[in-house]
Design a protein around this ligand. Structure first.
Ligand SMILES: C[S@@+](CC[C@H](N)C(=O)[O-])C[C@H]1O[C@@H](n2cnc3c(N)ncnc32)[C@H](O)[C@@H]1O
Length: 298
């Protein structure tokens, strides 16, 4: 039997405080938001944010009627819930390798700063394809192993890995960088059409970031994004499911029971107090407003 892929669980880590808040990453945050604003449609039904974490960029998705935040970390989602509340938002603690959604639930999905934690990309992409409706948008950000800094380090013999080889490099446990052609092949094999490529975060160097104001960095980055060259450390892809490769239409109701399913059996769920229950009696908890599909209660 195939072994289950390892999961990089952020749990109750201090990712928010240690990586973002006051940590000199306003430029990265701003360029990511700018690219999202460019790629997102003006309106939509239901968006899935995969690996939403504490909801750093969730407020960019306001044009959707319903936003579903999925993450393995219950604690990060509980923090996000404290920020956004329940009106128009749903919080789902689950493994992206085994999603608890019915076919065609979403007309859009995003996955930003998450793919680098996946050792089994085809399985995750197949899951995403399965929960999207026909012609859905999927915005995917990945960490690019063939970036200018890595190429220079390779030239100087300072890199332990080769930025030009297609295979992903695991530079720290469960942290992978990907070659652009590897990613593009994977998404095409999974039924996605690549519409736009936007390379970002060109100026992600402490020295440059300290020397220039954020607004200027963002404008310079925007100019470099226009080249389309996949040589920056981070790349955004605007993907669309090809006609006929997804299924069904998005259910109009925002009632989660119309689109959630048991991730183990695929069966329907009904609510019983603070649990969702399958016909065979498998129970999933709801913890402080977060639907928890990581382990059944029984
Ligand atoms: C670097 S954080 C990114 C959070 C957010 N997207 C952002 O840009 O701020 C990566 C997130 O992916 C989540 N994650 C990693 N592996 C996962 C998996 N197998 N299923 C669901 N979430 C996962 C982690 O729990 C973490 O919150």
């Amino acid at each position: 039997m195939k072994e289950r892929p390892r999961i990089c669980d952020y749990g109750d880590s201090s990712y928010r405080q240690d990586f973002w808040e006051g940590r000199g990453r306003d430029y990265e945050d701003a360029v990511e938001r700018r690219v999202l604003a460019k790629l997102l449609p003006p309106a939509g039904e239901r968006l899935l944010e995969i690996g939403a974490g504490f909801g750093r960029i969730t407020n960019e998705y306001r044009m959707f009627r319903q936003i579903v935040l999925l993450d393995y970390s219950l604690e990060q989602l509980q923090y996000a819930r404290g920020r956004f509340g329940d009106e128009g938002y749903l919080y789902v603690a689950a493994d992206a390798y085994q999603m608890p959604f019915r076919k065609g639930t979403f007309d859009a999905a995003t996955m930003i700063r998450v793919i680098h934690h996946f050792e089994d990309l085809p399985t995750v992409l197949a899951q995403i394809e399965g929960v999207l409706s026909d012609k859905a948008n999927f915005i995917l950000e990945y960490a690019n192993k063939r970036n200018l800094k890595a190429m220079l380090r390779h030239l100087l013999g300072l890199n332990a890995w080769n930025p030009y080889t297609l295979s992903p490099v695991e530079f720290v446990e469960l942290n992978f960088n990907f070659h652009p052609e590897y990613i593009e092949r994977q998404v095409r094999d999974c039924g996605f059409e690549l519409r736009t490529t936007i390379p970002v975060s060109w100026l992600r160097l402490g020295l440059i970031k300290r020397a220039l104001p954020t607004g200027l960095l963002v404008r310079l980055d925007a100019a470099l994004q226009g080249t389309g060259w996949r040589l920056s450390p981070s790349v955004f892809l605007d993907l669309r499911l090809k006609k006929g490769s997804g299924t069904e239409v998005v259910a109009a109701s925002s009632d989660p029971l119309t689109f959630l399913k048991c991730p183990l059996t695929g069966s329907q769920l009904r609510r019983e107090g603070d649990a969702l229950v399958t016909r065979s009696g498998l129970r999933w908890g709801i913890k402080q407003g977060v639907f928890d599909f990581r382990q059944p209660l029984n």
